[in-house]
Design a protein. Structure first.
Length: 217
């Protein structure tokens, strides 16, 4: 089975597993989704959702976030990792959105990546989930599974994104990246599978015996 054949099999199987994929991070609007993705760095979506419920009741747009202030933002999110840095970034990006973008989340990579705490992956999530613009955000789950499934050499997340975009139709990217994340969490986690255990790994590589050592994101 070559890469294209594996990609087609993966697409078909994931569609069977996850015909409908919800956005994992709870949010009220484009701004709160942007903030939620910033909060999700080095922590789980579950923890972000626990914190964001009250947080987004207190502030759900840039003006309210500015009024809340950096210290009170920190108090809302201090259960998350890197909370001081995240509080500073959220406060400052709110100011920039107000002053430069009329309090509207922009829909270009250049503008999004100019915001504090917003890297390429965060911008890609916003492009896909807020604006339905084809993107393939690569998180740790996708980076790991792409290697186990022989779709990339895993050199770095930038290369993994490039390889996946070349293999899958652009029309599939937005849904597929979520399907892979859900599958990785449920069946092919870092400790739960080594490339020889889960359903898809066995189907893609029925003769594989040795565990796959994945490069970290």
């Amino acid at each position: 089975m070559n890469k294209k054949e594996r990609a087609l099999l993966i697409t078909n199987r994931l569609e069977e597993f996850y015909p409908v994929v919800p956005i994992p991070l709870n949010h009220k609007n484009n701004f709160t989704l942007l903030v939620a993705v910033v909060l999700s760095a080095q922590t789980t979506d579950k923890k972000v959702n626990e914190v964001s419920k009250d947080f987004f009741e207190a502030a759900s747009n840039p003006l309210e976030m500015i009024e809340l202030g950096e210290n009170r933002i920190y108090k809302h999110i201090n259960k998350l990792g890197l909370s001081k840095t995240k509080a500073k970034n959220i406060y400052n990006l709110s100011i920039i959105l107000k002053e430069k973008f009329n309090s509207i989340v922009p829909n270009t990579y250049i503008d999004l990546e100019s915001l504090p705490g917003v890297g390429h992956k965060t911008a890609s999530v916003v492009m896909a989930q807020c604006f339905n613009i084809p993107a393939f955000p690569v998180d740790t789950h996708i980076h790991r599974l792409a290697q186990r499934w022989g779709l990339t050499n895993g050199l770095n997340v930038k290369q993994t994104e490039k390889d996946l975009k070349a293999l899958f139709p652009k029309t599939k990217w937005n849904k597929l990246h979520l399907q892979i994340i859900f599958y990785g969490r449920e069946f092919c986690s870092a400790r739960g599978c080594n490339g020889t255990i889960c359903i898809l790994c066995r189907e893609l590589y029925p003769k594989r015996k040795k565990p796959i050592i994945c490069k970290k994101a």
